[in-house]
Every structure is written in structure tokens, then in C-alpha cells.
Design a protein. Structure first.
Length: 325
């Protein structure tokens, strides 16, 4: 009988059954409702930004790997995914070079300089977005009014995104915004973040497929809601209803598509719970006391930096180690 070869390798030794290509494909499928919502409310201008961003991200990754003599990995879909997410975070009114510049920064600085997929500590799309936001804030804060393609009447209750209205004009200015407009996305904003319905459809698909864990989105939303509820109880006249902070702005999109990027979030159960709560609380902290209208991007990048520490929280080992004399 021939003795089988002994193969020694590092963990993990059991394959999950999911390839990188399959995971990226799940993410791209999950983003289709957000892309369609962007087209529905803002027309083909929203699609233009997403397409330019995605194509640039793929080209930037291919050029970088070709220049360094590395194998091309653009077929796995991760570069395209970064570009699509970045495009969904940008206003449909930005000039064409904004998504180009943002995608290049996201891929080269946010991803490839750290060694590529799985090695980057920060959400690569948010690296590109924050670079653009800090450098060209005046261009990123111009938002079109929604113009639904059919069935719905254009939402005309506010002229700029709900979180901006709350920050600048106070609680009374957002009190009469229909909850259905916030849920469907019939308000000014970016293609990927205005429609809570579209985000939930895509996010629940990722959870059902096992591509992301449910703990991070749930506790991110819970952290936002509880923090907002405490503020409302302490000072009802200064803060909107807790559900407003969940439905408005980037909250839901952040919980499902930004905070859960593979490699930048914890993998242990206690770590995921604390990470999700931290994202939600930081989003509210920056919104309320910060100078920015929306705190999600900075909140998630800050929590990304804590991921290695959160992953060190592990269950106590049962048993003891015997001392060898």
C-alpha cells in the first residue's frame, strides 16, 4: 500500500466553499437595487458616475499590477466592487473627473499599497471618498432633487439631504418629512444611500447568502437608534426622532455595505458586536457634535483602525496548561 503524502500548511484547513469571485459577485448583485434606485430617482446621471468609477477602479488596479509585474486579479470583481460603491456614495451632479480621481486613490492608496485584497486595513472605497470630500467638499455637497421615473410624485419637502436640513435648520424643518419618502428614497442625496428599501433588499440578500454576518449591520443600526433615543429623551426639542437618524443619511448603507467590508471588520462574535455598536455611536457623535453633516465615513474608518484590537477579544479557553518540569 502506498503511503499518502503528508501536507503541512497553515490554517484554515477547511474551505468555506466560497471563492473570492463568488463573494464579489454576491456583493455586486446586492448593489443592483441601489443602482436601480439611483437611476429611478436621479436618472442616468447617477449611472454615469457609477460606471466611470467602476471602470476607472478596474483600470487602475490592472495598471498597478502590470507595472509591478504582478498577476492580474481584476477578474475577481473586487476592484469593480470598490468602484461601484464609491460611485454610489457620490452625488450624481459631480463632474466626471471626481469619480476618476476617487477611484484611483481608493485602489492605489486604499488597497494596493497595503498588498491588495484582504490586506488593506481601511475600507478602500471610503479612503477614496474621504480624500475627495476633504479636497473638494463644495463639489460633493451639490445634490439634485429627486425626479422619480414613474408612479411617484417628486419629493418636494426639502431642497437638500435630510441630515443637512436637520443640521442647518433644526428639528422643526424635518418634522413633516413623510417617512415613506425617507424609506423609498424620494429625497435629495446620493444614488446609493437615499433608498432604505433598496439597501435592505441588497443587505438582506448578502446576509441570506452568508456573505456578511448579520451582527455588524444589526448592532450598527441598534447603536444609532439607542444613541439617538437617549439624546431625544435628554433634550426632545433639539433632536429628531430616533427612527429619523436610522432612515436618513448613510446609516443603512453604512451598516450593510461599508462597515462589513471583508478584511476591515472583526471576525469574532464579541468583536463584531462592539464594532457594530461603535460604528453606530460614532456616526451619531459626529453628526450631532461634529462639523460634518454626515459622520458615517469617518466613523467607519475609525472603527476599522480598532479591528485588530477587537479581534483579540476571544472566549476564555477551557482547561489549563500543565507545567513540564
Amino acid at each position: 500500500m502506498t503511503r499518502p503524502d503528508l501536507i503541512v500548511s497553515v490554517s484554515p484547513h477547511i474551505h468555506s466553499g466560497k471563492s473570492v469571485d463568488a463573494m464579489m459577485r454576491d456583493w455586486l448583485i446586492a448593489l443592483i437595487p441601489c443602482i436601480l434606485a439611483g437611476w429611478f430617482f436621479f436618472g442616468f446621471a447617477a449611472l454615469r458616475v457609477v460606471i466611470i468609477s467602476a471602470l476607472t477602479a478596474v483600470a487602475a488596479e490592472a495598471a498597478w499590477q502590470k507595472a509591478l509585474g504582478r498577476p492580474l486579479t481584476i477578474s475577481d470583481g473586487s476592484a469593480a466592487l470598490t468602484g461601484v460603491i464609491l460611485g454610489l456614495l457620490l452625488s450624481p451632479e459631480v463632474p466626471w473627473w471626481i469619480p476618476v480621481l476617487g477611484a484611483v486613490v481608493a485602489i492605489l492608496i486604499g488597497k494596493q499599497l497595503f498588498g491588495g485584497l484582504g490586506n488593506h486595513p481601511f475600507n478602500s472605497a471610503l479612503v477614496g471618498y474621504t480624500f475627495l470630500f476633504i479636497s473638494y467638499q463644495h463639489l460633493l455637497e451639490s445634490f439634485p432633487m429627486p425626479q422619480p421615473a414613474f408612479l411617484l410624485e417628486p419629493g418636494g419637502f426639502i431642497e437638500y439631504p435630510p441630515m443637512d436640513v436637520l443640521k442647518m435648520d433644526g428639528v422643526e424643518a424635518v418634522r413633516d418629512i413623510p417617512w415613506m419618502d425617507l424609506f423609498l428614497g424620494n429625497v435629495p442625496g446620493t444614488a446609493g444611500t437615499v433608498s432604505v428599501l433598496a439597501v435592505l433588499l441588497g443587505g438582506l440578500y448578502l446576509v441570506a447568502r452568508g456573505t456578511i454576518r448579520w451582527q455588524i449591520p444589526l448592532f450598527c443600526l441598534l447603536g444609532t437608534f439607542v444613541f439617538a433615543a437617549i439624546c431625544k429623551v435628554v433634550s426632545p426639542q433639539n433632536y429628531a426622532a430616533p427612527i429619523f437618524y436610522v432612515l436618513a443619511g448613510w446609516t443603512c448603507f453604512s451598516a450593510f455595505f461599508l462597515a462589513t467590508e471583508v478584511g476591515t471588520c472583526p471576525v469574532t462574535l464579541p468583536g463584531m458586536i462592539l464594532y457594530g455598536l461603535g460604528c453606530g455611536c460614532l456616526i451619531m457623535t459626529i453628526r450631532i457634535w461634529g462639523t460634518y453633516m454626515e459622520g458615517a465615513a469617518f466613523a467607519i474608518l475609525l472603527m476599522n483602525s480598532l479591528t485588530p484590537l477587537l479581534d483579540r477579544i476571544r472566549p476564555k479557553v477551557v482547561g489549563r496548561v500543565e507545567q513540564i518540569a
